[in-house]
Design a protein around this ligand. Sequence first.
Ligand code: GLN
Length: 190
Amino acid sequence: AGRIGVLALQGDVSEHLEAFRLALGDRGEVSAFRTASEIPDFDGIALPGGESTTINRLIQNAGMQRPLQEYDGGIFATCAGMVLLATEVEDDSLFEPLGIMDMTVKRNAFGRQRESFEADIDCVGLADPFHAVFIRAPVATRVGYKTEVLAKLPQGYIAIRHGLHMAFSFHPELSGDLRLHQLFLENLGL
Ligand code: GLN
């Protein structure tokens, strides 16, 4: 059976736990984790939405930076989690993300007027549009050549896959639609 771990330092942890619990069914278990030593136990890890500067600082304090960079499972990252995975954050040279996915991200890319909104988006791998919830969302403005763009808006790339990793500007854990979780789990062979 598969094991999914949700990084539980800050952010919408319980929503990720619930979405993966439903997506996994009897194929596996999901649990919250707070320490570096637990990381290698998981087939997949979720990096939740929240406040990326806070989560990044807590990751560093917990000594999780290297273990996450060396992790060989899949990472499912939403919103702030997507910022953490990037190699570079636009307009913030002090922000040192994990550099796990080759992309440049722009935080709060939709401006103040559209801080939070919902939109039906077309996504590679899904037969029908996905109802996406955006909350002060980032976008990727550049992706590396090994990185596959699954969805985009005029502001930038909003769903990205690199190997087993998937990153989303929006919050698939809030839509009640588990197709992106299922794609992630299928890629892991679960
Ligand atoms: N704007 C937030 C950040 O960059 C992310 C918001 C979210 O995760 N919903 O940290």
